[in-house]
Design a protein around this ligand. Sequence first.
Ligand code: XMP
Length: 326
Amino acid sequence: MDNNKRPDTMERITTKALADAFIDEQVAAVRAQVGDKKVLLALSGGVDSSVVAALLVKAIGKQLVCVHVNHGLMRKGESEQVVEVFQNQLDANLIYVDATDRFLDLLKDVSAPETKRKIIGGEFIKVFAEEAGKLEGISFLAQGTIYPDILESDGVKAHHNVGGLPEDMEFELVEPVKLLYKDEVRVVGSALGLPDEMVNRQPFPGPGLGVRCLGAITRDRLHALREADAILREEFDNCGLSEKVWQYFIAVPDFQSVGVKDDKRYEGWPAIIRAVNTVDAMTATIEEIPYPVLHKITDRITNEVDGINRVLLDLTPKPIGTIEWE
Ligand code: XMP
């Protein structure tokens, strides 16, 4: 039997009862596979790796070692949430690595988007491999592979994802959600007790804010981007758009314009709002954000975020614009 093929008879997991049955089945399967050995997992805080972590904590408790690498390009509060949920609430074995300086030092003065991606991806593997090398007795590597990853054998996700280990580190894989579609992974995550904001998290690129802080990243502009993005998310939560819009974020380009603040000349960067809807991210349409919401967001970002003096709205569908700016 092909282990990577979803059986035609497998029911779509849409309810808590079906999710619970799946969880029981996988807990038993993981215990049988792993025995008393240790399993390593790169926990990004995204839906897939979070659900795998919660499932494995249930199955094997402290035999699971999670490593969360904060590359300094996470959204506001995300790394903190990973620590809160997994270390404090689920009592998981979590190694938190703040590698912000390593990443930002390497990215200094680098403006080509693909070079930025390569640096972030390469350094991520390096940091993760270093942590793995410090651990003893790891026999398995858990991964949040889901069924679309297997179906998209053109390697789109492989190319997108920053995770993964060098070829010479060989572990047997544990992939408990590899036959599930995304919506099922979310139902399973809720059944495992993960918070809604984690389970319903919008897609977030592996290189994170690195591809939204356009051009060569500077710490002050990255900070401004993170704060502006947090305001956008808060206001989308307040007006219900966060439940409706597929992906929304701020991009901050590396040029300034003239403005005026407190009667003085105020040069600042623009914050660009992007809010798109799509089914498969291959094409995307623009969400029509009500003007009062746009005014509120503009007002808050320009008043609360140091360094931003204008707010712009990106109205470009994909094609011709990609979803991300880089
Ligand atoms: P684009 O910009 O190509 O994005 O229209 C399509 C979807 O893919 C996400 N994306 C990435 N995801 N690493 C990732 O893991 C990346 O380098 C990357 N670039 C784009 C993007 O956020 C959107 O959901």
